[in-house]
Design a protein around this ligand. Structure first.
Ligand code: SF4
Length: 354
């Protein structure tokens, strides 16, 4: 690990926003161990965030509508094989009621998030999208319901979906295999992301920081993959183990590395939408505020009913499962204000789409 920072051409090119090779991104991640360089990156990230977004923080109202999933990702608390997970599905009226409440609170983006639940067929999801978009034409609708075929994504886009979140989790095959069963494929996941881009969605990718088996080399490959994909949103948060998974005893990712990577991403993608995640707030009571202060510009409060929120149990000790939506809104607004930023009621599209 290098601790001395000597300005060099790779560092200069990175700070100028140039696309680097995997080797060079690895060099940048090594350089982040030097406080002087890390400081320079953070300062630039803050400057870029200010240039493109001022003090604005966009809010996404998260509706976790089903915790059934056909997949078995090894790290996930709601994976198919977890017999202890208490399953639920919201009905249409419950989902629409969450959107209504979110709209009244001033949210102008809804995120419909769930496991890959075959009960919610392509048509059912398309119908939900249509109903929400017809009722709230001034809002953006994001889907986060996993891997599907291109035609399905096309139908949902035609129904009115604006954005799609699908974290790639890792860009390296051997790392992907450590985290997922053989029934899943990194190539398919990447294809999904490219299809979504082709279809005109604003696309969100991302990864867990400190996931089992992750190396700096893997992270460098993630950065390079993101440069190739050019997503409009990037979600990263620390890995947090779930007690009912094979990684129950694996240590969690760190807040400090997540914050460093948020700054790195802001420098690489000055206009990207970058959430300060709930996972960050789970590991550190001020984690989301710290995220905003190093380059993040989005928060995602939960609109789901509190009794169901607890069951969307991706990892242990997840915060914000007890307060109703209005309380969450008040709490987050205060946190954002205390961090020196301003929660805004707006769709918050990527500037390239506005
Ligand atoms: S991470 Fe997503 S796709 Fe994988 S098991 Fe969990 S909910 Fe399903």
């Amino acid at each position: 690990m290098k601790n001395d920072y000597v300005p060099n051409s790779t560092a200069d090119r990175f700070l100028r926003g140039e696309t680097l090779s995997v080797d060079e991104y690895e060099e940048i991640l090594n350089l982040m161990a030097a406080p002087e360089f890390a400081q320079e990156v953070t300062e630039l990230a803050v400057k870029l965030r200010k240039k493109y977004f001022g003090k604005k923080v966009y809010v996404r109202g998260l509706i976790e509508f089903t915790n059934y999933c056909r997949n078995d990702c090894y790290y996930c608390g709601i994976r198919r094989g977890n017999r202890h997970a208490v399953r639920y599905r919201m009905n249409e009226e419950e989902i629409l009621s969450c959107a209504r409440q979110g709209y009244e609170l001033g949210y102008r983006t809804f995120v419909l998030q769930g496991g890959e639940d075959p009960w919610f067929s392509t048509d059912k999801i398309a119908s939900l999208v249509e109903k929400i978009k017809m009722t709230y034409p001034d809002c953006a609708l994001t889907l986060s319901v996993g891997e599907h075929d291109k035609e399905t994504y096309r139908l949902w886009k035609e129904a009115g979906a604006d954005r799609y979140l699908l974290r790639h989790e890792t860009a390296k095959e051997e790392h992907y295999r450590m985290l997922h069963p053989s029934s899943m494929s990194l190539a398919h996941r990447k294809n999904c992301l490219y299809w979504l881009k082709e279809l005109g969605y604003q696309v969100g990718a991302g990864f867990m920081v400190g996931s089992p088996g992750q190396t700096r080399r893997n992270l460098a490959a993630d950065l390079r993959f993101l440069k190739e994909l050019e997503p409009e949103m990037i979600g990263i948060g620390p890995f947090i183990p779930h007690h009912d998974t094979c990684f129950a005893r694996h240590e969690a990712g760190t807040v400090s590395q997540t914050l460093q990577l948020l700054s790195v991403l802001r420098v690489m993608f000055p206009q990207v939408l970058l959430p300060a995640t709930t996972a960050l707030g789970t590991l550190d009571p001020l984690g989301r505020e710290k995220g905003l202060q190093v380059g993040a510009n989005v928060v995602m409060p939960n609109l789901s009913p509190t009794d169901q929120r607890k069951k969307y149990d991706l990892y242990d000790n997840k915060i914000c499962v007890g307060d109703d939506a209005a309380k969450c809104q008040d709490c987050l607004a205060l946190r954002i204000k205390n961090a020196g930023y301003e929660m805004v009621s707006a769709r918050g599209d990527h500037p390239g789409f506005a």
